[in-house]
Write a protein that binds this ligand. Structure first.
Ligand code: 13P
Length: 341
């Protein structure tokens, strides 16, 4: 595999493939395991992720990269093979979540700022040694009646830009993820409010990336789609989500960026696929548009697995199905009829 940042970035958004976000922090994976009554031990987390990475049909055909949590980067499969080697053997690029999570932003009520810049240069050198060739840093922007504030947008964009520059110095492709959250209950959080806030966040983000000297050809953007707040009572059709998301991205993301890989953010599995499929089927865009899903790729597999060895092949089949559907969505060939297959 070539080691140029530009080539790694292109491989991450290869035609018809996308990224598996399996980088749940210890707290988040515990929540996922609680939902299936499985205790979150180091071995169980390893078993679960090994099951995913050994899903040959998904990994070889539809997954271009896997985002790992630090623990997984150093873990070995039951037979002693490093999990990173399983990912590489399937032709996918190993990546690493490097942020230290969204913490309370001072003087800003509910708003968060993502931390983790202190010591990052040293950590990146270590992750590179362990095989990581891309990284992820997620910022969260919360829509309420009175937020986001400029302070929150600016602080998060600045941290993401500093992170991205440090990654590139270390030979690691940064995934830049400024996520406008879709949770939110108030009635004003409709699709237009999501558009307005996302456009603001993305424009600010690319200004900051420019100021930090980030090479746009050696990064991948991971944005939210333009959707109404989950409990806002407002709904949008697949076509409207596709149209507004493409428009917002075209207004905000330079054509030099090789690829955009969406987060699923709490959308249902099929909505996340349908929205991506509709964009790729109907619009010409300067970037490859694909997925970097966590929940929307794993939810069905987690439910099929239930922590039991005897369910491994059913869980792998569930994961492979979602990966295949999203691979088709990335090509713009997905239709609802394929779901039955
Ligand atoms: P979801 O697709 O579950 O939102 O997770 C993707 C991710 O990596 C969020 O940072």
């Amino acid at each position: 595999m070539s080691e140029r940042l530009e080539d790694i970035a292109i491989a991450m958004v290869a035609e018809g493939q996308g990224i598996l976000a399996a980088d749940e922090s210890t707290g988040t994976i515990k929540k996922r395991f609680d939902s299936i009554n499985v205790e979150s031990t180091e071995d169980k987390r390893r078993d679960y992720r090994e099951m995913l990475f050994r899903s040959d049909e998904a990994m070889k055909n539809h997954i271009s990269g896997v985002i790992l949590f630090e623990e997984t980067l150093g873990q070995k499969a039951v037979d002693g093979t490093p999990l990173v080697d399983l990912i590489r053997a399937a032709g996918a690029v190993p990546g690493i979540k490097v942020d230290k999570g969204a913490q309370d932003l001072i003087n800003a009520g509910v708003e968060k700022v993502t931390e983790g810049l202190d010591g990052l240069r040293g950590r990146l050198a270590g992750y590179y040694e362990q095989g990581a060739r891309f990284a992820k840093w997620r910022a969260v922007i919360t829509i309420t009646e009175t937020t986001p504030s400029w302070n929150c947008i600016k602080a998060n964009a600045h941290a993401l830009a500093r992170y991205a520059a440090l990654c590139q110095e270390a030979g690691i492709v940064p995934i830049v993820e400024p996520e406008v959250l879709m949770d939110g209950e108030h009635s004003k959080h409709d699709i237009n409010r999501c558009y307005e806030v996302t456009e603001w966040a993305l424009k600010t983000q690319f200004n900051e990336l420019f100021d930090a000297g980030v090479n746009l050809e050696g990064m991948v953007l991971k944005p939210n789609m333009i959707v109404p707040g989950q409990s806002s009572g407002s709904k949008a059709s697949v076509e409207e989500v596709a149209e507004k998301t493409v428009k917002c991205l075209k207004a905000s993301v330079p054509a030099l960026v090789p690829g955009i890989a969406f987060l699923s953010g709490g959308q249902s599995d099929e909505d996340a696929t349908a929205h991506l499929g509709a964009m790729n089927a109907a619009y010409d865009m300067p970037w490859n548009l694909t997925f970097s899903y966590g929940r929307a790729l794993q939810a069905a597999a987690l439910q099929a697995w239930l922590g039991k060895e005897e369910n491994v092949s059913a869980a792998q089949a569930a994961f492979s199905h979602r990966a295949k559907m999203n691979g088709m969505a990335a090509l713009g060939t997905w239709t609802k009829a394929h779901e039955a297959g």
